[in-house]
Structures are given as C-alpha cells and as structure tokens.
Design a protein around this ligand. Structure first.
Ligand code: AHR
Length: 320
C-alpha cells in the first residue's frame, strides 16, 4: 500500500464511518487546471484518493491551463447530471455564465485552491488558502532576514489573471511596504512552471549585472523557484547565499534545495483541498445546510531550521 493511500485511509477513518454510506454512489466532476507544477500533481493525486476512500466516482478533466477547456468540461458534467462539480479555476474572471448554468441545473459547485470574480451564490463553497497571507508570510520573512540592508528583489509571478498571482504579489508588497531598503526591481510571470521560471530568471540575471545587483528572488511557487535556482547556478552564483530564495507551496524539491543550502524559505500550501471539499459536500447533501463560504487552509513557513531533509522524506511519496 502506498504512503499516500495509508495516510488518506488513516486520516479519514472517522469521517468515513459517518458519511461513507451517503457519499458512496455520488458522482463528482473535477475540472483540474493541468499539471503545471509539482503541487498541482499532488492535488490531483490527493483528490483521486479522497474520492476513492469515500466511494465517490470522480470524473476527471485536465484543462491543460486553458479556461475554455474548463468551461467545456463543466458543461459536459452538467449534461451528464453529476451530483457536484469541483473546479480549480485557472483565472479569476469569465465564470459567471457557466456557474449560472450549473446553478440552474441544481448542481453544487465547489472551488478548489483558486478564486473567481463572480457572485458568491454561484458556488457552494471555496476551499483555498489565504493567498494574500502567503505573500505576506514570505515578505515578512524577507524583512526579518535582511534587516536594514539594501535589498533588490526579483519576483517570479504565477499565471497572469489567476488569484494566487494577484494575491501573493499583494501580500508580499504589503509586507515590504514601509521598508524602503527593500524594493522589487523586476517582476514577470513564469506561469507557475519550472521551465518558465528558469527562463525569466535568466533574463533578470542578465539585466541585473549578472545577478550581482540581486539580493533575493521571490517566486509565487516552488517550481518557478527551482527553475530560478538552476539559472542562478548557471550564472556562477550561489542560490540561497548570493541570492536569497523564498517561495510558496512546500513541495519535496524545494526541501531538497533547502537541505543543500540553495533555498531559504517556503510557505506551505496543502494539496489536500478535496478532503474539506468532500466533507462540506457530504454534510450539505445530508442536512441541506450550506457550509461556510470560504474554508481557509493553513499557511505555515518552513526554513532550514525545520529539518528540510525530514520534510522531503515525509512528502516525497505524496504524488508530487
Ligand atoms: O493555485 C495554487 C497554485 O497553483 C500553486 O501554488 C502552484 O504551484 C499551482 O500551479
């Protein structure tokens, strides 16, 4: 039995006892963004596992990072008459029509890990982190670490128009506001991928005196940070020392980098959004009472003081 399966089975025993009879037989459509990052792969694995554990039939659709594919998939789920729909929305805008169609078909929709700019009555609940807080935690760490030293930051943003890119930028800027010694010198999207993170960082290094002017790299996810770390090494500098590295997700590869002294801080985003989502859905189907509109997951900071080797070992089998 895999580690993931054991964990999922163990953690879910209580919930399983009370709600499995209700959940068993439910069919849920899941419109996933794609597989742009290690975190995304883990979220997909955990969602499949949570569904299996509860006897839910999961219909999975990979949108390959395209909103139009997500809208098509959701319309398909509505046509099939599924019991509920999970969606991780790639960008914030453009959802109102399709969410209204789901509402009219009386199919509850649950948002996973990203938000939408749409009326709240169009979805049952949203399970996500506080993304402004994630950016703030990363920025607070940098403020504390550099003290009064001048620090030029380069920022690798997530997918343009996505709520984590918008909010993680906002939170970081809030944290450094009032600290005139820390400035964001350059900021560009790396689309949450390792390859684009590397490419964008290569451009930043060239533009900033081979990297000698850069004090820190802030990446909206760990995959872009890992790509950026490679670019820093290729430029002959030491990531984690010459250029501080702070990012978000807490995937196994960032803990390997941290154990090697090449990354300094990461803010955890749990890949288990489906567990709380299915709990809320099961309770709603049972009682008819709507859950809280926003179910917020934790945002914990990890640094080299938190046993990065151990954290790597703990997570490496979790589908990342
Ligand atoms: O929406 C969550 C973000 O999406 C994760 O931080 C990132 O890795 C993913 O692509």
């Amino acid at each position: 039995m895999s580690i993931l399966r054991k964990l999922a089975l163990g953690a879910g025993m209580m919930a399983l006892a009370s709600t499995s009879a209700l959940a068993a037989g439910m069919t849920v459509g899941f419109s996933q963004i794609g597989s742009e990052s290690g975190w995304r792969a883990a979220e997909t694995s955990v969602t499949r596992m949570e569904a299996e554990k509860r006897g839910i039939t999961l219909k999975f659709a990979d949108a390959q990072q395209k909103q139009e594919n997500q809208i098509k998939a959701i319309r398909g789920f509505i046509a099939q008459g599924v019991d509920a729909i999970l969606v991780a929305p790639v960008v914030a805008t453009g959802w109102e029509d399709v969410l209204t169609e789901a509402k009219e078909a009386k199919i509850p929709v649950i948002l996973l890990d990203r938000g939408v700019d749409a009326p709240k009555d169009l979805y049952l609940t949203s399970v996500a982190s506080d993304q402004v807080k994630e950016g703030k935690v990363a920025g607070d760490w940098l403020v504390k670490t550099v003290g009064s030293k001048p620090c030029k930051v380069v920022e690798l943003q997530g997918t343009v128009g996505s709520t984590p890119a918008i909010n993680r930028k906002k939170g970081f800027e809030e944290a450094i506001a009032g600290h005139a010694n820390i400035t964001i010198a350059r900021s560009q999207t790396g689309d949450f991928t390792r390859a684009k993170g590397k490419e964008v960082m290569e451009g930043f290094l060239k533009a900033e005196n081979g990297g000698k002017n850069i004090c820190a790299m802030y990446a909206h996810n760990d995959d872009m940070a890992v790509g950026g770390i490679q670019a820093i090494k290729d430029a002959g500098l030491k990531p984690g020392k010459d250029i501080l590295v702070v990012s978000i997700d807490s995937v196994p590869d960032i803990f390997s980098a941290m154990a090697a002294g090449e990354a300094n801080a990461t803010v955890e985003l749990t890949p288990n959004m489906a567990g709380p989502a299915f709990d809320a859905l099961e309770a709603y189907k049972k009682t008819g009472k709507e859950p809280e509109k926003f179910i917020i997951t934790e945002s914990k900071l990890y640094t080299p003081a938190d046993n990065p080797k151990g954290e790597y070992e703990k997570r490496k089998g979790l589908g990342y």
